[in-house]
Design a protein around this ligand. Structure first.
Ligand SMILES: [Zn+2]
Ligand SMILES: [Zn+2]
Length: 312
């Protein structure tokens, strides 16, 4: 009896080791394929992007907040206003929390024309259950997205929404474009479901200034996002707003990335607190004293107001 038990445990142990080994090898192969994909992907240039005079970003969901009557949580949702089009970029984590913040900020479906989802992660598409079912969960009660375009990096299971999968860079309004999808190795434990994921970022060309890039989590890295934008547009890149994924980074570890962004001579730098460490955020604040802005629910980010780092 004891012998059979030992053999049984031995078999289970071996199966576990083989399973983990196969999964790790699969992940490594996927990472190599993603690298190859980055090296070989060709994107088409957008020559007539145009420019917008209006440019405002109002964070609706973030891990920091500007007022007591608002709520914070790990995740991202920004309302972006431009001349022709207002955009809801991502829908945060807990749908009811997005709805409460929208109500407190007097924002409704009337305030945006298009929804852009940067990537299918729980904190950008409405929670873990939404991620698990590959469905967008925007607000609770759900936002009425009738008649609105939903621009996604990969197809979602929501039959009720008018979704477009934008793999290539696409102009969506005067001065506004998506960068197309960039693949990245999925994070553990989300990678148990698939080793490859994709993210898209938004570009807004502000009249007489240049292009501001707006990211969700920034998983493909800021270097690749900026390089992709440089390959698409003729206009200079003058700003970056959103998640850059410096999770657990020390000040020293952020320095090469800060140097890369500094080479753009940016007029606007705002790093999301939802996926970067306090040390990384501090390093960015110090590196860009004239251009840095906090990202907090309820606090507008603009280019035309006097630029100064504000106290936290
Ligand atoms: Zn993410
Ligand atoms: Zn995120």
């Amino acid at each position: 009896m004891k012998k059979f038990l030992l053999i049984g445990f031995g078999m289970i142990f071996t199966a576990c080791v083989l399973g983990i080994g196969a999964w790790a090898i699969g992940d490594r192969m996927a990472a190599a394929a993603i690298e190859q994909e980055w090296q070989t992907t060709q994107v088409e240039k957008i020559h007539a992007l145009g420019a917008t005079r209006t440019f405002e970003i109002l964070p609706l969901f973030e891990e920091a907040k500007a007022r007591n009557d608002l709520e914070l949580e790990h995740g991202v949702s920004y309302l972006i206003k431009t001349d022709e089009l207002n955009i809801l970029l991502d829908v945060g984590m807990t749908p009811a929390r997005l709805s409460r913040n929208m109500q407190a900020l007097n924002v409704s479906e009337k305030d945006f024309d298009v929804v852009v989802i940067t990537h299918p992660h729980p904190d950008h598409m409405g929670g873990t259950a939404a991620w698990w079912s590959n469905r967008l969960a925007a607000g609770d009660p759900p936002l009425d997205l009738t008649g609105k375009r939903v621009l996604v990096p990969m197809a979602l299971n929501n039959a009720e929404i008018a979704q477009s999968v934008l793999e290539q860079p696409t102009k969506i309004a005067k001065g506004v474009a998506t960068l197309g999808t960039i693949a990245f190795p999925e994070l553990f434990p989300l990678s148990l479901r698939g080793a490859r994921n994709v993210e898209q970022a938004l570009a807004v060309n502000v009249k007489d200034k240049g292009i501001v890039l707006i990211t969700g989590c920034g998983h493909p890295t800021v270097e690749r996002i900026v390089t992709r934008a440089g390959a698409i547009f003729d206009e200079p890149i003058i700003g970056i707003v959103g998640g850059l994924h410096y999770e657990g980074f020390s000040r020293e570890q952020t320095q090469p990335h800060i140097a890369f962004i500094a080479a753009l001579d940016p007029q606007l730098v705002a790093v999301s607190p939802h996926d970067s460490s306090p040390a990384a955020l501090e390093a960015f604040r110090e590196a860009f004293p004239g251009a840095y802005r906090e990202i907090r629910v309820g606090e507008q980010i603009r280019l035309d107001e006097p630029i100064a780092a504000r106290p936290r």
